[in-house]
Design a protein around this ligand. Structure first.
Ligand code: BES
Ligand code: MN
Ligand code: ZN
Length: 491
């Protein structure tokens, strides 16, 4: 996709489709828009009347321009009320105009949207994000691409001045997001722990990041009994991935991102039954995918912050070697865990990953995990849960998520609920009662952090979209990458 910010006045722009944004109850053709309407022989006025277009958020209308006009199609995009304009509104409007232009077989698209918050750079970046993410199609597993025929190849951003730097920044974030989408969408027979390690290797090579892969024997030496307990039924070797981005000067801060990396979660001996969504469990490395996607973006953006990217990657399988319900495992910090449900495996892999990460001496740790179905019940498909004992870190993450346009809701770390994890034999069980299941999962993770500022994001809902919505297509969303990048850049 070729994005151009052009100084061409609205009236002089020529191309296949021109998309225009309007606020709700302010669909008026004045100034340049009046002149444009005149030039297009009243097409705008007609379309507004025919479609009863009122500028409602998310609405759109499209028509052909008759005669030998230098513009073939007009697209109207509703932006909702002026007072409630968000960057996210513009991302979505840009996405829907690109989808429409593509459907209308257009090659070039001009976009004319209001500037958000007097910030033309952020506006241009958001438009680029909305368009690229909406048009991304994954053809890797088709014998023939379904994306043939006319392609939208050029986007002109009108009225924003020169914004190539802002667009280049967005494109780096988008590349990381698309990597995360592709990792999540890849089935478990195509994306094993080995391919995850190779992906990390490719990022390290491309951007000069440092890579450390701990094989099973090294994990054993470090006493990672919780991670290895999960890994022991798989025929594939577990891979503990640690990528490091180091800035050239003195880092202002040191941060760590940890992702749950189950390339498949069968449930183990507490096997997932029909109707539990077992066929979707290739998505269970969504946290690791966001981690590697963020590594790719950070590697390209080169901020002056040191960032560690960590994932304990394996599958949760069944075999004669499988951990049994009732087994007691010892994690690398010495804590013992009675396994009362082998399907609560993500927290076991994260336990050892968090202990490893805290030893790096970073200022803050954020983990992302498709950890619980309970979080999906609580917050639905669009919103991730956030748990943190640290109010400043929680606030930073909420702000980063708002900027990124990813929805996050802070949840309570209700200490009393840890009673549900008490074990008569071991230090704790791995599963509490069904009520508050996403909270006990977060409390379990907290046992493996001593003193470093830490936050946990449960992304089980937003990692995947069942319906096309905004710039998300059906399938993997790449959720988390954009929030993580904003969080790192915000320091
Ligand atoms: N990977 C699942 C959680 C999940 C569920 C992710 C649905 C995405 C969509 C996790 O390992 C799991 O199985 N959690 C159990 C925990 C339970 C056994 C305490 C769950 O949520 O049912
Ligand atoms: Mn599970
Ligand atoms: Zn899982």
């Amino acid at each position: 996709m070729d994005f151009r910010t052009t100084d061409t006045p609205l009236l002089e722009w020529t191309g296949d489709a021109l998309a225009l944004g309007f606020f709700e109850d302010a669909v008026e053709l004045t100034g340049d828009l009046a002149s444009l309407d005149e030039k297009l022989s009243g097409t705008l006025q007609e379309l507004i009347a025919d479609a009863e277009f009122k500028g409602k958020d998310g609405s759109s209308a499209v028509t052909r321009v008759g005669g030998s006009s230098p513009i073939r199609k007009i697209i109207l995009m509703g932006l909702g009320k002026l007072e409630s304009l968000k960057l996210e509104t513009l991302r979505r409007a840009a996405a829907s105009s690109a989808r429409l232009a593509k459907k209308q077989r257009c090659t070039t698209l001009g976009i004319y949207l209001p500037i958000w918050n007097a910030d033309p750079a952020a506006t241009a970046g958001a438009i680029a994000e909305g368009i690229e993410l909406a048009l991304h199609q994954d053809n890797r597993f088709k014998s023939e691409s379904e994306d043939k025929g006319v392609q939208l190849t050029q986007i002109d951003l009108l009225g924003l001045g020169e914004q190539s730097a802002a667009i280049a920044l967005s494109q780096k974030i988008i590349a990381g997001t698309i990597l995360a989408r592709e990792l999540v969408a890849a089935p478990a027979n195509a994306l094993t722990p080995i391919e995850m390690a190779e992906t990390a290797q490719a990022i390290a090579a491309e951007f000069g990041l440092q890579l450390e892969i701990l094989e099973k024997a090294e994990c054993e030496q470090l006493g990672m009994g919780a991670f290895l307990g999960v890994a022991q039924a798989s025929d594939l070797p577990p891979k503990f991935i640690h990528l490091t981005y180091t800035p050239s000067g003195t880092p202002r801060r040191k941060l760590a991102i940890v992702g749950k990396g189950l390339t498949f979660d069968s449930g183990g001996l507490n096997i997932k039954v029909a109707g539990s969504g077992i066929e979707m469990m290739k998505i269970d490395m969504g946290g690791a995918a966001a981690t590697l996607g963020a590594a790719k973006a950070i590697g390209a953006l080169k901020p002056d912050v040191e960032v560690h990217f960590i994932s304990a990657v394996t599958e949760n399988m069944i075999s004669g070697h499988a951990m049994r319900p009732g087994d007691i495992l010892k994690a690398s910090n010495g804590k013992t865990i009675e396994i009362n449900n082998t399907d609560a495996e993500g927290r076991l892999t994260l336990a050892d990953a968090l202990v490893f990460t805290e030893k790096l001496g970073v200022d803050a740790i954020v983990d992302l995990a498709t950890l619980t179905g309970a979080c999906v019940i609580a917050l639905g498909d669009d919103i991730a849960g956030l748990w943190s004992p640290d109010d400043a870190l929680a606030a930073d993450l909420l702000q980063a998520a708002e900027k990124a346009g990813e929805k996050v809701w802070r949840m309570p770390l209700e200490e009393r609920y840890f009673e549900g994890l008490k074990s008569p034999l071991a230090d704790m069980k791995n599963t509490g009662p069904r009520p508050g299941g996403s909270i006990t999962a977060a409390l379990f993770l907290k046992q493996f952090i001593k003193e470093t500022a830490w936050a946990h994001l449960d992304i089980a809902g937003p990692v995947w979209a069942d319906k096309e919505h905004g710039y998300n297509n059906v399938g993997a969303t790449g959720y988390g990458v954009r929030t993580l990048v904003q969080w790192v850049l915000g320091y």
